[in-house]
Design a protein. Structure first.
Length: 317
């Protein structure tokens, strides 16, 4: 997927809701801790790991963050302990890894629900709703019938129960994304902006436009996507009612699935998008080599400084 060259477009804007499924679950559960963390712009999986493992956020290693993330999404997708622990590993003292045992998986889930009893509550509530009504309902009014809950087959019943909370979470995410999509499209038309929505992917919207219009296009997208007019986003924080503002991650690219960071002043003042993207491609490759420990910290700092010294060269290409 590339920009709409026929209209003279040369860049794609990718606006992605930050951790939308986790946020949807937090809103359903009215979990003030997670909602406040979202509002503060924190990394949600680090926050979850911190609470589940009783460690400060700045002391959470990558493997514990990964475990917390796996449990969060496992729960939202209806996995039980038997399914969860098989996807996880435990790091030994010598830094080697081994598969997690079922007992360790159960202990991890217990810690999770101890830290977030609200998530356990909304799971139970979704199950009760499904057993009572034969369907689950999301805030938009959409209902999903899950007839397998009345099946004589135990596996089918369990499958329906696994889908109960996931339907609510995915339903909320889809509802918010659709509202944002409508808002952005209306704003572009009303303001006669030379930009068009190309596609939506999961909880992101991809827009094709011209480089010189990026500040205006991105401002519109941020406003239209984060300030959604729906009572579902009326939450309680610190005992006070407020309308929750969503968060976005904005990237740009010359083709889909090859995103680079958006730095407004640099991209607008660059001689071409090609030079801008070439520079940030090199930055990304350097960061990848460093994260995979192919180079030392000292080598990374040296190479980054050399690349930074050449930035203007790329911006003038």
């Amino acid at each position: 997927m590339v920009p709409n060259y026929e209209r003279g477009h040369d860049v794609l804007v990718l606006a992605d809701f930050s951790a939308q499924e986790v946020l949807s679950a937090a809103i359903i559960a009215n979990d003030e801790t997670l909602l406040q963390a979202f509002k503060d712009g924190k990394d949600m999986h680090t926050v979850v790991a911190s609470m589940a493992f009783g460690l400060p956020e700045d002391e959470i290693p990558k493997d514990l963050r990964k475990q917390a993330k796996a449990v969060t999404f496992g729960i939202l997708y209806g996995k039980n302990t038997d399914m969860l622990y098989k996807d996880l590993e435990v790091r030994n003292e010598d830094m080697s890894t081994r598969p997690m045992t079922e007992a360790e998986g159960q202990e991890l889930v217990n810690k999770y629900f101890s830290a977030f009893p609200s998530f356990k509550r909304i799971i139970d509530e979704a199950h009760e709703e499904l057993k009572r009504d034969g369907y689950v309902e999301v805030p938009s009014g959409f209902q999903r019938k899950l007839g397998a809950i009345n099946s004589s087959n135990f596996a089918d019943q369990q499958g329906a129960l696994r889908q109960a909370l996931n339907t609510k979470v995915q339903g909320v995410s889809a509802y918010l994304s659709q509202l944002a999509l409508i808002n952005v499209n209306r704003a572009f038309k009303k303001l006669n902006i030379d930009a068009n929505i190309t596609v939506t992917v999961h909880d992101s919207i991809v827009v094709s436009t011209k480089r010189e219009l990026l500040p205006k296009v991105i401002h519109i997208m941020e406003r239209m996507m984060t300030e959604l007019n729906t009572p579902f986003l009326d939450v309680t924080l610190n005992g006070k009612k407020e309308h929750f503002k969503l968060a976005l991650e904005i990237d740009i690219s010359e083709q889909y699935n090859d995103e680079r960071p958006y730095v407004e002043e640099e991209v607008v003042n660059a001689k071409s998008t090609a030079g801008y993207f070439e520079y940030y491609d090199l930055v990304q490759k350097l960061n990848d080599r460093h994260s995979y420990k192919l180079i030392t910290d000292e080598e990374y700092e040296t190479e980054f400084a050399e690349l930074e010294a050449q930035k203007q060269y790329y911006m003038n290409k």
